[in-house]
Design a protein around this ligand. Structure first.
Ligand code: 1PZ
Length: 201
């Protein structure tokens, strides 16, 4: 039986190790895209409601995986778009990176909320995470669609069952991801800010 949660936690813990080396340490595009691709599995455990989000996320991660053939590191990939004046262009690697990073951050907050929320619902945790990370970047139409989808989420226990997890074990991996993804989000955010690209677009 497959168990996606430990794999997700492990991939981000590995990335965190790279980031914690500090200094010259750079995350490779391939490792980042691979870790982000593992998150896609979660969509499959949420039912049909978020198919539209899954498609958008998966296509952007695939773009980053392809970019890994061309660029070794995330900074090198971003620098390419800066030289081409294409940072904010629809479909650019750098723009897709920012969107995917928000996905990573949303799952981080979702997991944090799951850990501190009592009861068996995902609606509260997911809504909080969405409101903090994505809401201000999305149109009214998308926000309404997401809000409607929140009512269709499975219960927490159904979600864990689909992930082939028992509650206690799941908490360890959920905590592992929540902790290790934080420094990754910070690192990539810092790349954007240090290159004067901003992140509010
Ligand atoms: C329990 C968890 C519930 C999951 C709720 C997921 C809500 C995310 C909703 C995202 C809607 C996506 C619709 C498309 C939006 C696009 O307009 C933007 C901008 O794309 P661009 O113009 O640059 O091409 N895309 C995004 O903002 C990226 C959306 C990624 C969503 C990833 C969410 C990860 C959460 C996974 C939870 C399992």
């Amino acid at each position: 039986m497959e168990r996606p949660l430990p794999a997700i936690a492990k991939a981000f813990q590995e990335l965190e190790k790279e980031v914690e080396k500090g200094g010259e340490a750079v995350i490779s595009v391939a490792d980042f895209a691979h870790a982000c691709s593992l998150i896609s599995v979660l969509f499959g455990c949420l039912g049909m409601a978020f198919k539209f989000a899954e498609k958008d996320y998966v296509s952007k991660v695939q773009d980053l995986s392809k970019a890994a053939d061309e660029f070794e590191s995330l900074p090198a990939m971003i620098d390419y778009d800066i030289r081409n004046n294409s940072v904010r262009d629809g479909g650019s690697h750098t723009r897709n990176l920012l969107r995917v990073l928000r996905g990573v951050d949303m799952v981080r907050l979702l997991f944090q909320q799951i850990l501190i929320t009592e009861g068996n619902t995902l609606k509260g945790p997911a809504s909080k995470a969405y409101d903090q990370v994505f809401a201000r970047h999305h149109s009214w139409t998308i926000r309404k669609a997401v809000g409607a989808g929140m009512f269709l989420l499975p219960s927490k226990s159904q979600f864990l069952k689909k992930l082939n997890e028992e509650e206690d074990d799941a908490r360890v991996h959920i905590q592992g991801y929540a902790t290790s993804s934080g420094p990754i989000v910070q690192y990539v955010t810092h790349l954007f800010l240090s290159k004067d690209l901003g992140t509010e677009w």
